[in-house]
Design a protein around this ligand. Structure first.
Ligand code: BTN
Length: 256
């Protein structure tokens, strides 16, 4: 049977669907030591991920069968460890472009790679890069998107799903195919050296860019304005008239 919803050259062409797994990232990472590893572009998708992992050692919860939980294998040998943020940006843009026709301009990329709708989190990524010989050898890109889930526990914070926004169920495979096709497009741009395009488009989609908002760093809450993101992925925030750089662990976004 022809697989025509995955219209790219390689991303998603090898799709493995698992009924149940601890974490698709773990599964894909473990597979890399097999004598015959998966080809680049392989996607491992789980119907039920019972120990999903999020950023900052958090747990990623998703009701079985209702959400997208998958990991994609890329081999960006053309990137050095210092260029990792290019990959983060390209993947974020792929997810953004896949969802934008459904959700419109309230969709944003929250630095570094969360997908936001208004002030609420629609999805996230856990990108694990394996470095060897000054290059990124393998990249396991875990993506979780809240699609058809109707409700979230208090502990899920600001989570929201596509269904809560549009009041309709969506076919998970169709959304997955769109995400894969768009990630491939941005990944090939990155590979072709169009880094300025990736960078500028990423910035133009950024949550809170140039808006005055509340942040916390070093136990102190302050008002600031995101003005940029550096090539290596540091967040640039204007605070008291000067520009400060933050890495992921150094700044928290506050919602008032
Ligand atoms: C975040 O904290 O925002 C990142 C969430 C990443 C979740 C996805 S779901 C598929 C893949 N497998 C995992 O264990 N985590 C990622």
């Amino acid at each position: 049977m022809q697989n025509n919803i995955f219209s790219g050259l390689f991303v998603g062409q090898n799709l493995v669907t698992l009924k149940e797994v601890d974490s698709t990232n773990n599964f894909l990472k473990e597979s890399l030591s097999n004598s015959k590893p998966f080809p680049e572009g392989t996607v491992i998708m789980a119907e039920h991920q019972y120990a999903g992992r999020g950023q900052h050692q958090n747990v990623w919860h998703a009701q079985p069968g209702k959400n997208l939980t998958f990991s994609l294998l890329l081999m960006p040998h053309f990137l050095s460890p210092l260029q990792q943020f290019g990959l983060t940006s390209a993947v974020s843009l792929g997810v953004y472009d896949a969802l934008h026709p459904l959700l419109g301009d309230a969709l944003k990329i929250k630095w570094p790679n969360d997908i936001y709708y208004g002030n609420r989190k629609l999805g996230g990524m856990l990108i694990e890069n394996m470095i060897q010989g000054g290059q990124i050898r393998n990249s396991v890109i875990g993506i979780g998107i809240n699609v058809n889930q109707d409700n979230y526990p208090e502990t899920a914070g600001s989570a929201i799903s596509v269904k809560q926004i549009l009041q309709t169920d969506y076919d998970l495979k169709n959304i997955l195919a769109e995400i894969c096709n768009h990630i491939e497009g941005w990944y090939l741009k990155l590979k072709a050296g169009k880094t300025a395009d990736v960078r500028n488009t990423y910035l133009s989609r950024l949550y809170r860019l140039n808006e005055l908002a509340q942040y916390r760093s070093n136990g102190e809450t302050f008002e600031g304005r995101i003005t940029n993101v550096t090539d290596t992925g540091l967040l640039v925030v204007e605070r008291n008239g000067s520009e400060e750089l933050y890495n992921l662990k150094e700044i928290e976004f506050i919602n008032t």
